[in-house]
Design a protein around this ligand. Structure first.
Ligand code: AMP
Ligand code: MG
Length: 337
């Protein structure tokens, strides 16, 4: 997993080299279970990168489901917790995204994620009866959160996993911290959750490579963006093959308690908010192409690249001129209006 994430970071970096004349300040750290890379240019770049690194370390300490000192760990242990402002904001946004997506993304999915072994890499296919028992504990609308006191308690057996949204939220916090130093050109890559601040120093957009879900050494296409988050959810990121020969991946359909087999193998969302891009990329993956496009038409405010298991790439019209497919023999491109 770490190696895969690292190769994504390297891939993106490749496209950044030679992009800018100013000397970058760059730092790579391991946090939130992934390799993170911060690059900033110009005045304030040093401070910007330092602030971003501090921010992700702080958020990791709050949000990790496995760190016994984290707020999420305390919550999942059944305690009533007075949340820090960051966790409270993330919880509020997560619940809003869950509502917006009709529960396609649901941060209370943790008991199911654990049952399949995705937290320990000891993978197993749970019995249907186990899944239906655990699904009783899942339901974002049962989280009792008082926004005034920032206190939250979970019904017995419910557990939270911010895995689908935490890196996106962290990128939003990093953008705030980094731009507070006056930096106008920077790139944040949180294990494939990318956020571009401004443009390259020559004023042209950043080029972000989206991974090819069928070939980890290749990229699917390039997106040119400025001031945008670009977040991909892919089945290929974490999966196992069962004795039955089936591939089971880490993105769950909360209505079934099973890995989401919607026909999509990769979803990238492009929008101004990192946390929305992150939440929506997971949600659209669960929804599948038809529902995802319906959702985009109804709510808008973002663009998307959907890759289906039959080699089709669908993009929304807003990125028609900023997305370039690498291999037009391997994939067929369609544009949604
Ligand atoms: P992402 O890579 O952003 O799509 O998030 C996937 C991670 O979020 C998984 O590794 C799980 O920890 C968690 N997760 C999986 N399925 C869901 C879901 N439907 N809603 C919320 N979290 C999920
Ligand atoms: Mg996500």
């Amino acid at each position: 997993m770490r190696i895969k994430t690292l190769s994504a970071a390297v891939l993106i970096t490749l496209f950044l080299c030679g992009c800018s004349e100013a000397k970058p300040v760059s730092e790579t750290v391991f946090a939130m279970d992934t390799v993170m890379e911060f690059t900033a240019y110009g005045e304030g770049a040093d401070d910007a990168v330092n602030l971003a690194v501090q921010a992700v370390r702080r958020l990791d300490g709050l949000l990790s489901a496995t760190d016994p000192n984290s707020e999420v760990f305390a919550l999942n242990s059944g305690e009533t917790v007075e949340l820090s402002p960051d966790t409270a904001v993330l919880l509020t946004k997560s619940l809003a995204i869950s509502t917006l997506t009709g529960g396609a993304v649901d941060i209370t999915i943790y008991p199911i994620v654990k049952a399949w072994g995705f937290t320990t890499s000891e993978y197993t296919i749970p019995q249907p009866s186990t899944i239906s028992d655990l699904l009783e504990k899942v339901g974002y609308n049962k989280v009792v959160f008082d926004g005034n006191t920032r206190t939250v308690s979970l019904p017995e057996g419910m557990e939270i996993d911010f895995g689908a949204v935490a890196k996106g939220y962290a990128s939003d916090v990093c953008v705030k911290e980094m731009t507070s130093t006056g930096v106008k050109s920077a790139l944040i890559n949180l294990g494939g959750n990318v956020c571009a601040i401004g443009t390259k120093t020559d004023g042209t957009p950043w080029n972000i490579a989206i991974k090819d879900p069928n070939n980890s050494d290749k990229y699917l296409g390039l997106l040119s963006v400025a001031d945008k988050a670009v977040v991909t959810s892919g089945g290929y990121e974490r999966y196992f093959t069962g004795d039955d020969g089936e591939v089971y991946w880490h993105i769950m359909d909360p209505s079934a308690g099973m890995p989401a087999k919607s026909g999509l193998i990769s979803v990238t969302v492009i929008c101004e908010s990192g946390v929305y891009a992150d939440g929506l990329s997971t949600a659209l993956f669960v929804m599948g192409k038809e529902r995802a496009i319906e959702f985009w038409r109804e709510f808008g405010g973002f663009d998307a690249v959907l890759v289906s298991d039959d080699g089709q790439v669908y993009i929304t019209s807003g990125i028609e001129n900023s997305f370039t497919l690498r291999d037009t023999d391997l994939y067929t491109l369609s544009i949604f209006e």
